[in-house]
Design a protein around this ligand. Structure first.
Ligand SMILES: [Zn+2]
Length: 106
């Protein structure tokens, strides 16, 4: 007699830490989900949260802070913030490059 029984593979869960705007976020993935994650980790996370890889990457790189929608005299996108840091991605997507900083009339 054994006290414990084998766990079917469809019940296996693996904890995966994914980059989030405030550091890392843990997610419990099934074996199949881990296989999909390993094919394209950033693409998998972007798909799960419902955004493009470019938006997910920009959100992390800008620490969830929306930036000005104007350009500098040199023609580069302005890097001045127009909101606070670590916004949820839905809110950040609405505000990123959608408003102007004080220097650009905001
Ligand atoms: Zn600006």
């Amino acid at each position: 007699m054994s006290l414990n029984s084998p766990l079917p593979q469809d019940q296996w869960r693996i904890e995966v830490s994914v980059r989030w705007v405030d550091g890392w976020r843990s997610r419990m993935l099934s074996v199949d989900e881990v296989k999909a994650y390993n094919q394209d980790p950033d693409g998998y996370v972007a798909k799960v949260i419902g955004v493009s890889v470019a938006d997910y990457t920009d959100w992390i790189e800008h620490d969830g802070m929306p930036l000005c929608g104007s350009k500098t005299k040199a023609g580069k996108l302005c890097r001045n913030p127009t909101g606070c840091i670590q916004m949820p991605i839905e809110q950040w997507l609405e505000q990123h490059r959608a408003h102007y900083c004080k220097a650009h009339g905001g």
